[in-house]
Design a protein around this ligand. Structure first.
Ligand code: PLP
Length: 430
């Protein structure tokens, strides 16, 4: 098991970490066992934190329970994917029926057409879709399409952008160039133009998020996104918009709000209704590379477009109405103001980035260019554990995301719980 966070944390029996250890004994035991079986006891870096993550037993609506019996108000919703919270009744009903009828077979199913229809109807630039089992796979597949179409081998993305786990993207997420990865500064068209001027002949695709998600909810300027699209096309590269996270902000994605037409769009998270999913959507002439009548790439996957995921995704998208999106945005704004006021009451440095229903918090006077560059780890880690001690669950890197089943009363409660957590954090500053 990895050791506790070091630094300014007190070791007092009533300190934040001592309370965490005391109330999460079964989680600790389970984590110790997991460490023998999986590297570092986990298969997912984003759900690991020091000294060990909670083990969750069950969730319903806006809350879940850990294995030690504590209840939490969940304000991360599986990193934005569970847009209708946990065990959403309409998704449970639809998938239970399907599970009883069988979950996957090596032949077609009807629900995949219905989810594809919804996506094609809502997002004008998407003429056809190809399903995968994760957003990461969707990114890798979009890059495959771009390489096939252009005959080039490299990609350009924003420094600290996030497009999933494949190494060619991940290096860029941490600000490093790689053998196939060029980087430029987000919201700086001229930097993208300069890289394309110099390396455009090798670049198959430019990947961008309309709002940087993992990097801390940083909104892309529409002129920047349009400018990069134009520069990519001038260089003969494809323009890929990553809407894996941002589809929760608008039924047609951010591209509809901005009025931009990518060649390819990456999707994931909410289109699976809580099940593993990803998709690449885009121009039919580009997705044609998968057409069995003229096959250029043998793309397959044992669970691609399985009917359970497809049905859950259909319900998830249908039930994400504009009114509910507006409600989540309003609640997130209320939460943002409440957290800012609480931090000020406790004399803590604090800043936030918000876009719609997502918020990233920092215990520093201003938000850094990327959360990769944050210098407030100690305070953030303390706050994360203190929140857990009070029954509030947020991402340990400070990301917060509403769900449609988060109520206004939940937001009031979240502000009160965060206030108590900030009091604990302030009390431990030496
Ligand atoms: C913008 C973006 N792209 C891609 C991904 C990768 O998706 P997945 O975690 O399903 O592989 C994520 C996941 O957080 C994401 O936020």
């Amino acid at each position: 098991m990895s050791t506790a966070i070091t630094g300014s944390l007190h070791d007092s029996p009533n300190g934040i970490i001592a309370s965490y250890l005391k109330r999460t004994r079964r989680s600790a035991e389970i984590y110790a066992r997991a460490c023998k079986l999986m590297p570092g006891g986990t298969s997912r870096q984003a759900s690991f934190w020091e000294p060990y993550p909670l083990t969750i037993d069950r969730g319903k609506g806006a809350r879940f329970h850990d294995i030690d019996g504590h209840s939490y108000l969940d304000l991360i919703n599986n990193y934005t994917a569970m847009v209708h919270g946990h065990a959403y009744p309409a998704i449970v009903a639809a998938t239970q029926q399907q599970i009883a009828k069988g979950t996957a077979w090596a032949a077609a199913n009807e629900p995949q057409n219905r989810l594809a229809e919804l996506i094609v109807d809502r997002i004008p630039a998407i003429e056809q879709v190809r399903f995968t089992n994760s957003g990461s796979e969707a990114g890798a597949l979009a890059f495959t399409i771009a390489r096939l179409i252009t005959g080039r081998t490299k990609l350009l993305m924003a420094r600290y952008g996030y497009h999933g786990s494949p190494l060619e993207f991940e290096v860029g997420s941490f600000g490093k160039e790689g053998p196939v990865t060029h980087l430029a500064t987000y919201n700086d068209v001229s930097d993208f133009e300069a890289v394309l001027d110099q390396h455009g002949h090798d670049i198959a695709a430019v990947f961008l998020e309309p709002v940087l998600g993992a990097s801390g909810i940083i909104e892309g300027n529409p002129d920047f996104l349009h400018g990069v699209r134009a520069a990519a096309h001038k260089a003969g590269a494809l323009f890929v918009l990553d809407e894996v996270l941002t589809l929760r902000f608008n039924s047609g994605g951010c591209q509809t709000v901005i009025g931009i037409e990518p060649d390819l769009t990456m999707l994931g998270k909410i289109i699976g209704g809580g099940f593993p999913v990803g998709a690449v959507g885009g121009r039919a002439d580009m997705l044609h590379v998968f057409d069995p009548s003229d096959l250029q790439v043998f793309h397959t996957g044992t669970f691609n477009a399985n009917p359970v995921t497809m049905l859950a995704g259909e319900v998830s998208l249908r039930e994400l109405t504009p009114d509910r999106i507006a409600q989540m945005d309003r609640q997130c704004k209320t939460l943002q103001s409440g957290l800012i006021a609480a931090a000020s009451r406790h004399g803590l440095p604090f800043s936030t980035n918000r876009y719609g229903s997502c918020l990233n918090i920092y215990f520093s006077q201003s938000a850094p260019e990327s959360s990769v560059l944050r210098e407030d780890e100690m305070l953030m880690n303390n706050f994360h554990l203190a929140c857990i001690n009070h029954g509030l669950f947020i991402a340990h890197r400070g990301l917060i995301a509403m769900s449609t089943v988060t109520s206004d009363e939940d937001i009031t409660e979240a502000i009160e719980l965060a206030d108590m957590a900030m009091r604990d954090v302030a009390a431990e500053i030496t």
